[in-house]
Structures are given as structure tokens and as C-alpha cells.
Ligand binder design. Structure first.
Ligand SMILES: Cc1ncc(COP(=O)(O)O)c(C=O)c1O
Length: 390
């Protein structure tokens, strides 16, 4: 008899359901213990929280693997930790990495400031020019890395041609899928080899934990586990417990993020104070067709270009009461930030404009509040923002 595959919401709540005993707790206990008793005279692997063998850590990794359709999964202390270890599991000194140019600023720093020091060279590609992937490959290229959807233009990259190129050349494709979460997109189903998350964002979803995760083959996850142990990157058990609790509502949260994201983007597109809305669920978005084909939901990330540039954006952001001005994303609460001061602060205004991110660009992580309260909050802030200061 073949086992019926559980749906994503059931999987997010139960992981692999097991028969329970009378008096078992329904909520899992927190194993807030650095170490565990082990058998005298045994050479079996010991349980030690830095090794990633604490039950809170193990449950979480298995759950992500099931959601992503991977052989194995692992959680570490941050999204940056996950990105670093996933690459270090695959690349060696002397290797070459081709990366999308449109990636999280912290990842860019890791590649530019650290990878060079250990002899890994990185070449960047504009992901909207797919031919460049092939053009930039060298004999020593071992991997391609990209983020999709991208920050802050929410471009959706068609993974399959890149995956085919990687498989033809025998190189690995690593994808940071933080913006989508496994509810909206599962990169391994489209040919990626490794999927990376900042679990700080949608997976946990409550803006109260820093965590990262990787799902891939047993072999790659084992190598990440080895690196995690020696580089000391394990996730604390309490943080793991919180992420598990957050993941139980991942499916319903994402349904609401998707619905609110679309409603908010459609509303914003009608506002005079907004000159352009970037949201893949809108037919005006350059990747609308790709997004409709690949994603199970368009997500909660929206980019707004405000008339009046940076001063107008600042005036409006000061007036928001429901939405909060803070970096990060993917939590239940709506957060707004300006790429010119955060993720894209290292670029000049002209460079940003060249990438399609003019000053006055506001990134909105649409939360799961009542969307009417969000649009009312922005309507008031945008009207106020349009008034000239005295
Ligand atoms: C797409 C993406 N990847 C990775 C990270 C890094 O995650 P963390 O802050 O959990 O280290 C972030 C953080 O903002 C992100 O937005």
C-alpha cells in the first residue's frame, strides 16, 4: 500500500505524524539542554545541542525537508549562517561561483568580503538577462546562486532553464527562497539542488527569532551539519521550538499574506501618490506570466514608487501607525523599509535608479492584519505625505 502524501498544512503542523501515548504532551517540550545522557561504553553518536541532535532541532529539519520535497533539512542560527554553510558545503578554494546580481545585501557582503579571502571567486549576472548565466560559466564554476522572488522589485526568475544549464554542466544550483516560503514555491521541484531560507522571515513568521535553514540531499545536508558543528552555528532549542510553533501556521499565514498582498497592491496601483507598484500578481508586473505559472501564491512583498521621491517617502512613513518602519519581512505585522537606506544603501542614487529602484521606493512586507486597516493607514499617510512641509 502506498502512503498518501500529506498536504502542506498538515505537514507544517504535524511533520511526520506518529502514534501518541496517553498523557503525551500535544505541544512538544523544549529540550533546553546543552547535553544529554549517553550510554556508558557506547561509541554511538551522542546528543549535544551544538551537533544539531537536540530533538527540537531534529524535528524542525525533518519538517522543512517534507515541505520542500527534499531528502533532508537542517536549521542553523541565522539565514546568513544557512547561506554561508550551504555554499561552503559545495565550494572549495579555487572554485568559481556565478551569482545573481539581485541578492540580499548581507549575502553580497559574504561573497565580496569573505569568499575572496578563501579563494572562491564570484561573478555576478543580471538575472533578467538569462543568457548571461551561460556566458559567465568557467571551467572551475561549481555552482550558481540566485534569489527568487528578488528584493525589492519582486522579480520572479524562471528556474528551469538555469537548472537545465546546471545539470548539463554538473554544477549545483542554490536558491534562496526566503520571499516565497515553501507554501508559494518549492525550488527543488524546478530543478534546484539546494534551497536556503532565512527562517527569521516567513517560516517563523512572528519577528521574534533569528534562524536559517537549508533543504537538500542527505549528502549535502550532512556536510552542512559537519560544518555547523565545527563552525558553531547551531540553533538554540528555544528558538527551534518557536520556529516550530510558527511553522504550524505557515499555510494559513501565507494564504492571508497572498490575499492581503494582492489586495494591497491593487489598491496601491489606484493611488495618485504612487507612481508604480511592483507586485507579481499584477498583470503590469514584467514577470506576471512566469509568476502565475511557477508560484502557488504571489506573496506578501510589494514595492511602491512614491511621487515626490525620498522626502515624500519619509513624510509618509512617519505617518504610518499600523505598518511599522523596520527592516526584515515575512512576519504577521506589516513592515516597511526604504531600500536606499537599507538593502541598497551601498549603491549611488544613479546605480539604484539603473536597477529600477529610484529614491522614493518603499518596500512593504504586507502582514496578515485586516487589509482595510492597512489601506486606510497608507491612505492617510500618503495624503499627509503629499502636503508640502511648512
Ligand atoms: C532574502 C534573504 N536571505 C537571507 C537573509 C539573511 O537572513 P538572517 O537575517 O536570518 O540572517 C535575509 C535577511 O534579510 C534575506 O532577506
Amino acid at each position: 500500500m502506498t502512503r498518501r502524501r500529506l498536504g502542506p498544512s498538515t505537514t507544517a503542523i504535524h511533520g511526520t505524524p506518529a502514534k501518541s501515548q496517553v498523557n503525551d504532551p500535544v505541544a512538544p517540550p523544549i529540550y533546553q539542554s546543552s547535553t544529554f545522557i549517553n550510554a556508558v561504553g557506547s561509541a554511538d553518536e551522542v546528543r549535544y545541542t551544538r551537533y544539531g541532535t537536540n530533538p527540537n532541532q531534529v524535528r524542525l529539519g525533518e519538517r522543512l525537508a517534507r515541505l520542500e520535497g527534499a531528502e533532508a533539512g537542517i536549521f542553523v542560527g541565522s539565514g546568513m549562517g544557512a547561506t554561508a554553510l550551504a555554499h561552503l558545503a559545495i565550494l572549495r578554494p579555487g572554485d568559481h561561483l556565478v551569482s545573481s546580481d539581485w541578492i540580499y545585501g548581507g549575502t553580497r557582503r559574504l561573497f565580496d568580503e569573505e569568499f575572496g579571502r578563501i579563494g572562491i571567486e564570484v561573478t555576478y549576472v543580471d538575472p533578467t538577462h538569462p543568457r548571461q548565466w551561460k556566458e559567465k560559466l568557467r571551467g572551475n564554476t561549481r555552482a550558481i546562486f540566485l534569489e527568487t522572488p528578488t528584493n525589492p522589485l519582486i522579480r520572479v526568475i524562471d528556474l528551469e532553464p538555469v537548472a537545465m544549464l546546471c545539470h548539463d554542466r554538473g554544477i549545483a544550483l542554490l536558491v534562496d527562497s526566503t520571499f516565497a516560503s515553501p507554501m508559494n514555491f518549492r525550488p527543488l521541484e524546478h530543478g534546484a539542488d539546494v534551497v536556503i531560507h532565512s527562517a527569521t522571515k516567513y517560516l517563523n513568521g512572528h519577528s521574534d527569532v533569528i534562524a536559517g535553514a537549508v533543504a537538500s540531499t542527505e549528502q549535502i545536508v550532512e556536510e552542512i551539519r559537519r560544518l555547523m558543528q565545527v563552525w558553531g552555528q547551531a540553533l538554540d532549542p528555544h528558538a527551534a521550538w518557536l520556529v516550530e510553533r510558527g511553522m504550524k501556521t505557515l499555510a494559513v499565514r501565507l494564504e492571508r499574506h497572498n490575499a492581503n498582498g494582492l489586495a494591497f497592491a491593487e489598491w496601491a496601483a489606484k493611488q495618485e501618490a504612487v507612481t508604480r507598484v511592483h507586485y507579481p500578481g499584477l498583470p503590469s508586473h514584467p514577470d506576471h506570466a512566469v509568476a502565475a505559472r511557477l508560484l502557488d501564491g504571489f506573496g506578501g512583498m510589494v514595492g511602491l514608487e512614491l511621487a515626490g521621491g525620498a522626502p515624500a517617502a519619509e513624510r509618509a512613513l512617519r505617518q504610518l501607525r499600523v505598518a511599522q518602519h523596520a527592516p526584515s519581512l515575512g512576519g504577521v505585522e506589516t513592515l516597511v523599509s526604504e531600500p536606499r537606506l537599507t538593502s541598497h544603501a551601498a549603491l549611488t542614487p544613479a546605480q539604484r535608479a539603473g536597477q529600477g529602484i529610484p529614491d522614493g521606493f518603499v518596500r512593504v512586507s504586507v502582514g496578515i492584519e485586516d487589509v482595510k486597516d492597512l489601506t486606510a493607514d497608507f491612505a492617510r499617510a500618503l495624503t499627509h505625505g503629499r502636503r508640502k512641509p511648512r
